[in-house]
Design a protein around this ligand. Structure first.
Ligand code: AMP
Length: 429
C-alpha cells in the first residue's frame, strides 16, 4: 500500500504519522514525537527549526518566528533575519522538516500528505496551508479538519451512530467541535473556538503572578530584563505541566537577577489551587464555546457519547473537572492529546491509499457563504447586503440555489461577489 503522511501542522507543535502494518505510527526523531512549530536563525544566520528555535525565542525574538499558523491566509509577512517571509514560506519550512524526518526514519522519500487545519479555517487559510505543503515539496492529497482527524483515531469504524465532542486546547488556540459518526460517515456538526486562547496564556498568567510576587518581595521587575523573563517563562511552563500531575510545584532559578550588586534567586512554591484560580476565567470562556457548539448542533450534553481531549493544555486537571461538571460525562484521555490529530490524518491518508478502515469523510463549511446584493442594511438601501446562501456548518460538497433579480430594467451584466462570514454587511466578511 502506498504511504501517505498524516501531518498535524499545529500553532505550537506539529507531528507526522503514517499507517504501518495497519497501525498508526508516529514518526519520531531523537526521542521526540512533536516538533515545535518554531523557525529561527541563529546568531550566524543558520536556519533553526523546532526545539533549538523554540529555545532561542525568548532571547532572540527578532530572529525567531512562532505561531505562524495564526497568520496563514493573510498577506502579512514576517521578518526572518533580513528576509521577509510569507506565512506559507515559514510553514513550508516546518513541513519540509517533517517530510525530511519521515524520509530519514523510513529510509525513503514520501511525497504525499494529508494536512490538518482547524475546522473554522476559511477557504483562504486552507489554500495557504495547501500552498505551504507544495512549497515543501509535498503533494497535498487532502486538507482535513483537526476534530475530524481526532475522531478517526478514536473510532475509525463505528457500527452505530455516535456523537463526539472534541475539545482541543493547544498552546495558542482553542476549539471545540461536535463530530458525528454514522454508518461510516464522519461529519463535523458544529465548531466554535478562540484563535487567541491556549496554554501560552496560562504561562503568561503564571509568569505575571510569579513576577508580581517577586517584585513585591524584592522591588525588582523580572519582566524588565529579557533573559530573566525568558527564564521565568520557561520555569513557569515546566511548573504548569508539573501541576497537571502534582498538587504543588517549585520554581527555582538561581542568580535570576541582581540588585545593588547582590545576586537574587527566585525560589517560589506554587499551589495547584492558586494556579487554577488564575486560569479559571479562561477555561470558563472555553466552556461557553462548548455550550454554543452544542446548541449549534441542536444537541444536549446527554446526546454526546464521548468527549475527546486534544492539545497539550487539555491535560490540565481543571479542564477535566470543569468539562465533567458542565457535561455530566466521563472524560476520556486514552489517546495522546498531542498526537491524535496527526494519527487521524495518517488514518485518512490510509483510507485514500485504499486501506479499508470504513469511514468516508464529510467536512463542513465553517462560515456562511453568500453574495453581495442590494438591499436594506440598518434601515438604508445598500449595495453591501450579505445574502446568505450556504449556512455555516453545512456538510460539503453542497449545492444551494437562490433567485435574485437585477436592480434596474434592461440590465445586461451583473458582478457576483462571493463572501464568507457572519456579518450582514459584506464589508466585514
Ligand atoms: P499543543 O499546541 O497541542 O502542542 O499544546 C501545547 C501546550 O500544551 C503548551 O502550552 C504546553 O505548555 C501545554 N502542555 C503540554 N503538556 C502539558 C501538561 N502536562 N499540562 C498542562 N499543559 C501542558
Amino acid at each position: 500500500m502506498e504511504t501517505i503522511l498524516g501531518i498535524d501542522l499545529g500553532t505550537t507543535n506539529s507531528a507526522v504519522s503514517i499507517i504501518r502494518d495497519g497501525q498508526t505510527f508516529v514518526i519520531e526523531e531523537d526521542g521526540q514525537q512533536s516538533l515545535p512549530s518554531v523557525v529561527g536563525l541563529d546568531s550566524e544566520g543558520k536556519l533553526l527549526v523546532g526545539f533549538p528555535a523554540r529555545n532561542q525565542w525568548a532571547l532572540a525574538p527578532e530572529r525567531t518566528v512562532r505561531s505562524i499558523k495564526r497568520k496563514m491566509g493573510s498577506s502579512e509577512t514576517v521578518q526572518l533575519g533580513s528576509q521577509a517571509c510569507t506565512p506559507q514560506e515559514i510553514s513550508a519550512i516546518i513541513l519540509r522538516t517533517l517530510k525530511e524526518r519521515a524520509h530519514r526514519q523510513l529510509g525513503r522519500e514520501v511525497r504525499k500528505a494529508v494536512i490538518t487545519v482547524p475546522a473554522f479555517f476559511t477557504e483562504q487559510q486552507r489554500e495557504a496551508t495547501r500552498e505551504a505543503g507544495e512549497l515543501a515539496g509535498l503533494e497535498v492529497v487532502r486538507i482535513i479538519n483537526e476534530p475530524t482527524a481526532a475522531s478517526l483515531t478514536y473510532s475509525p469504524n463505528p457500527d452505530k451512530l455516535e456523537r463526539l465532542l472534541v475539545y482541543d486546547l493547544g498552546g495558542g488556540t482553542f476549539d471545540v467541535s461536535i463530530v458525528q459518526l454514522e454508518q461510516g460517515v464522519v461529519e463535523v456538526l458544529s465548531s466554535h473556538g478562540d484563535t487567541q486562547l491556549g496554554g501560552d496564556d496560562f504561562d503568561e498568567l503564571l509568569m505575571n503572578h510569579v513576577c508580581d510576587k517577586f517584585q513585591a518581595d524584592n522591588d525588582v521587575d523580572l519582566r524588565a530584563t529579557p533573559t530573566a523573563k525568558s527564564r521565568v517563562l520557561n520555569a513557569v511552563e515546566e511548573a504548569k505541566k508539573q501541576l497537571s500531575f502534582e498538587p504543588l510545584a517549585n520554581i527555582q532559578e538561581e542568580f535570576i537577577t541582581e540588585k545593588a550588586g547582590m545576586p537574587l534567586h527566585l525560589n517560589m512554591e506554587i499551589m495547584r489551587s492558586d494556579y487554577e484560580r488564575l486560569i479559571e476565567p479562561l477555561l470558563e470562556k472555553t466552556l461557553r464555546s462548548v455550550g454554543e457548539s452544542l446548541s449549534d448542533a441542536k444537541l444536549l450534553a446527554n446526546q454526546i457519547d464521548r468527549v475527546i481531549l486534544v492539545g497539550g493544555a487539555s491535560r490540565t486537571p481543571l479542564v477535566h473537572r470543569m468539562l465533567h461538571e458542565q457535561l455530566g460525562l466521563p472524560i476520556h484521555t486514552e489517546v495522546d492529546p498531542d498526537l491524535c490529530v496527526s494519527m487521524g490524518a495518517a488514518i485518512q491518508g490510509g483510507l485514500i491509499a485504499g486501506l479499508d478502515l470504513g469511514p468516508v469523510l464529510v467536512d463542513i463549511t465553517p462560515h456562511t457563504l453568500g453574495i453581495a446584493c442590494i438591499g436594506d442594511l440598518n434601515g438604508h438601501r445598500s449595495p453591501f447586503c450579505f445574502a446568505e446562501i450556504i449556512d455555516r456548518n453545512t456538510p460539503l460538497p453542497a449545492i444551494r440555489t437562490d433567485i435574485f433579480s437585477t436592480s434596474h430594467d434592461s440590465q445586461t451584466e451583473i458582478n457576483i461577489e462571493v463572501f464568507q462570514g457572519e456579518d450582514p454587511d459584506v464589508r466585514h466578511n
